[in-house]
Design a protein around this ligand. Structure first.
Ligand SMILES: NC(=O)c1ccc[n+]([C@@H]2O[C@H](COP(=O)([O-])OP(=O)(O)OC[C@H]3O[C@@H](n4cnc5c(N)ncnc54)[C@H](OP(=O)(O)O)[C@@H]3O)[C@@H](O)[C@H]2O)c1
Length: 251
């Protein structure tokens, strides 16, 4: 299936690198599209209509507010339209692309290394085969969660922000280690390896967070004291507030 990208910005690049196959792309800044084509293979074309003409599946990688302007001149015909535009409902996509098979997904930038967490709205647009193709494509980029469309927003507030949240938590833990006398480079490597190992253990145990915590928490021991300090510091409240902030912040 030939894949096209409308917009050649950050998310388009992450997707294209993750897919690891040539793309056809267009962007108002021709050099940006050309740079992406040079990097991943494929070609940059002058107009969005050229992308549609050349591809069986087109991913909308522009900003949400540009939907109307982008869609208006396009005749998509049999081309599948896959949107990653934050906050743009399937109903709005279908109004912008009448008659097209439109699908909606929400990736995060970890798709670049095929470790993405990707929400896919469970609406097959009346074409289960096309939906299966889209799903298969996304499964190459990480873990795909097929969910009712209404869950894409809270899912984004976990997955879309995850690389940044993880970076902040890693930085905080490394800084604490540095404060305890660990050299910075060792602290960073230690935190990276510990986080990767911790996540691997959690996934191996089916994300049973309580069991994993209990397994390393002896009564009155150091982990118990550390966990109590994190709770007292408001770690749960902070994540709750972050969720509210993201969901209340618009697209
Ligand atoms: N970044 C993320 O982590 C993330 C995660 C999930 C979903 N998304 C979604 O991904 C989309 C793109 O985000 P981004 O971070 O990649 O933004 P970005 O880096 O700004 O990329 C958007 C690109 O689209 C181009 N564009 C503007 N108008 C266009 C048009 N009429 N036709 C074709 N291309 C056009 C922009 O060009 P100009 O700069 O010249 O306007 C820009 O190169 C957004 O809708 C966002 O909601 C992003």
């Amino acid at each position: 299936m030939r894949i096209g990208l409308i917009g050649a910005g950050n998310m388009a690049r992450a997707l294209a690198i993750g897919l690891g196959e040539p793309v056809v792309c267009a962007d108002p800044l021709r050099e940006r599209a050309q740079a992406l084509a040079d990097e991943v293979g494929g070609r940059a074309v002058p107009a969005n209509a050229d992308v549609v003409d050349a591809c069986e599946l087109v991913v909308l990688c522009h900003k949400p507010g540009q939907l109307g302007d982008v869609a208006a001149p396009l005749e998509v015909g049999e081309t599948i339209v896959l949107s990653l535009l934050s906050g743009v409902a399937l109903a709005d996509l279908r109004a912008a692309y009448p008659g097209a098979r439109c699908y909606r997904m929400m990736p995060n930038t970890a798709v670049e290394i095929r470790a993405g967490a990707i929400g896919l709205a469970d609406d097959d647009a009346g074409d289960p085969d096309a939906f299966a193709e889209v799903r298969g494509l996304l499964e190459r980029l990480g873990e795909v969660l097929v969910v009712p469309e209404r869950l894409l927003a809270p899912l984004t507030a976990v997955a879309g922000v995850a690389p940044a949240y993880m970076a902040l938590v890693a930085e905080a833990q490394a800084d604490a280690a540095i404060r305890a006398g660990v050299p910075a480079e060792i602290a960073q490597r230690l935190v990276g390896a510990s986080m990767a190992g911790g996540v691997a253990v959690l996934r191996a145990r089916g994300m049973d967070t309580l069991a994993v915590r209990r397994a390393v928490t002896s009564p009155g021991g150091v982990t118990a004291r550390g966990l109590a300090a994190l709770e007292a510091g408001g770690v749960r409240t902070a994540f709750d507030s972050a969720m509210d902030a993201v969901l209340g912040g618009g697209a």
